[in-house]
Design a protein. Structure first.
Length: 277
């Protein structure tokens, strides 16, 4: 784990909230919006869920006077223990976030919780009006899921999908995933706020050209990746949000990032530049 931590620091803002705060402030001062993620997933007991919920309360309270987005993995709040547990925890957080002017986005995890996550996003947003969900372009079902979410005015973040799924339920070819991603974005042109979450420059620019006259879209980037690209979009006047993770449980998140070849190439290239300068 120690050997991977220098790579992890490329992707995470800090090992705890205090160490992440200066980097979050720097991004906000530069004109970016942020979506803050307290790293952790698949809590095994209610005590772990309570710990995560308490941390999110601290985040919400700290930024009470600033508008932020908060990304939460339902499994961190107990969806794999019992759906009611995660729903109860998310309800408390969504209510408090709404009172402070914040939005919440449910991160999409592996396919075992896809339907439960969508169900909870639909119910929570109907109740509080500030809850969205991420949708993975690699899943065959996503076209229908997006139509349902659009019909119910739930904001979405479209991503390629970082979880390995089998060919019975998901595209395996990168080209097929990119094709699905583009068409999902096109189908959401007239939807409630939609976020485009990809670092694939060619795909991103194609989508940006298609959405030239639409104000319903944001562009989201993972912390530490393609800073040149998100700066370019921001300078063009587009709304750009940075997904900022922090916390001790950085390993699963980092491994998912490193499984994506382009991200690995990006990280190694930048570490090499740091070594020789």
């Amino acid at each position: 784990m120690k050997l991977l931590y220098p790579l992890a620091k490329r992707f995470i803002a800090g090992h705890d909230f205090d160490s992440a705060k200066p980097k979050i402030k720097e991004l906000m001062d530069q004109g970016y919006e942020v979506s803050i993620d307290y790293l952790g997933e698949t809590s095994s007991c209610q005590a772990d869920c309570n710990k995560a919920r308490s941390q999110y309360f601290k985040i919400i309270n700290y930024y009470r006077d600033q508008k932020i987005d908060i990304s939460i993995k339902p499994s961190q709040l107990g969806i794999k223990i019992h759906p009611i547990l995660s729903y109860t925890n998310l309800s408390v957080l969504a209510r408090h976030a709404k009172n402070c002017g914040h939005t919440i986005r449910l991160d999409m995890e592996d396919s075992s919780v896809t339907q439960m996550t969508i169900n909870q996003a639909l119910s929570l947003n109907k109740k509080f009006g500030n809850v969205g969900v991420a949708i993975q372009a690699n899943l065959y079902r996503s076209k229908e899921d997006l139509q349902l979410l659009k019909k119910n005015n739930v904001s979405v973040r479209i991503v390629k999908g970082a979880y390995r799924e089998n060919s019975l339920i998901a595209y395996q070819d990168a080209g097929d995933i990119e094709h699905a991603f583009f068409h999902h974005a096109a189908n959401m042109v007239h939807a409630n706020k939609t976020a485009i979450g990809t670092h694939d420059e060619e795909l991103l620019l194609d989508i940006s050209d298609m959405l030239l006259h639409s104000n319903n879209f944001d562009y989201e980037f993972l912390y530490g990746i393609r800073r040149d690209l998100h700066k370019m979009l921001k300078d063009e006047g587009k709304k750009v949000r940075i997904y900022v993770p922090f916390g001790h449980q950085w390993l699963p998140y980092t491994l998912r990032r490193l499984r994506e070849f382009k991200n690995l190439k990006f990280v190694l290239k930048n570490i090499w530049k740091e070594w020789i300068t």
